[in-house]
Design a protein. Structure first.
Length: 261
């Protein structure tokens, strides 16, 4: 072992210098050990967060569309169908989102939604008209009453008016219908599924079958919406609150769970 001495200093001075140097080295060692311990703790925290992220995937963000404020579905023929949730959204839907070539559905039953088939200047087929009729009937008060079917009608947008005749009253969410209507008796039966875009869609069975890989079919019944939503999430995925929001008002009876071939 070699030791360097400063010839300008005495033996005691050289010894003191080495002693001081040793103290500084010990302090640096203690600091290095503390820093190493902190780094180890931080690494453990990062590893635990990584493990959580692997076992609990982040919720996929879905680009929300204007129609998701309403009830909606895409028909098996590819037409967007949008319905009101209450009196306020009935008014907004008809006043702001209906165009001349669209088809408007409603029922004579109080507390029913207006549904609009967005034609995009295309000819709306019978399959879409039938599916829209099922949606209107199912999201009407007929579901809460436990009915198996209900009569609905459809008209052109130009037949709707908020202008009442003397003695007439038009409540919020309602419109006066002028002229003739086309009536359809529709079955109350829906299905819930998850679209390829990650949207929960509650709609007529044919529509959901066409657009979703898995579905749960429902009719009016006594099972609470929250219980139905849990089963739907287990079967097809999705967010519980979003599923509950998509279901018709009133209880349900679960018919079947189905996977597409």
């Amino acid at each position: 072992m070699e030791v360097s001495l400063d010839v300008r200093k005495s033996v005691d001075e050289n010894a003191a210098a080495y002693f001081e140097s040793a103290k500084k080295s010990r302090r640096k060692l203690v600091g290095a050990e503390a820093a190493l311990k902190r780094s180890g703790q931080q690494l453990q925290v990062l590893e635990s967060k990584k493990a959580v992220s692997l076992t609990k995937p982040e919720k996929v963000s879905v680009d929300r569309k204007w129609f998701e404020k309403f009830r909606w579905f895409v028909s098996s023929e590819g037409f967007l169908c949008v319905g009101g949730r209450d009196a306020t959204t009935n008014d907004i839907l008809v006043k702001k989102h209906v165009e001349d070539a669209d088809v408007v559905f409603h029922t004579e039953m109080q507390g029913s939604p207006f549904f609009v088939v967005k034609s995009e200047s295309r000819q709306v087929g019978k399959q879409t008209l039938d599916e829209a009729a099922v949606a209107v009937a199912s999201f009407s008060r007929a579901w809460r009453l436990g009915l198996s079917q209900a009569e609905v009608f459809y008209v052109k947008p130009e037949q709707l008016s908020k202008t009442a005749k003397p003695g007439e009253y038009v409540p919020k969410g309602a419109f006066i219908v002028r002229g003739g209507t086309t009536k359809i008796v529709a079955e109350l039966r829906l299905a819930v599924g998850m679209t390829n875009e990650g949207r929960v869609m509650c709609a007529p069975v044919d529509s959901v079958t066409h657009h979703c890989a898995k579905l749960v079919a429902i009719v009016p019944g006594s099972v609470k919406s929250s219980d139905v939503a849990r089963l739907v999430r287990k079967s097809v995925g999705g967010d519980i609150d979003e599923i509950v929001r998509s279901l018709p008002s009133g209880g349900c009876k679960i018919l079947a769970e189905k996977k597409q071939p």
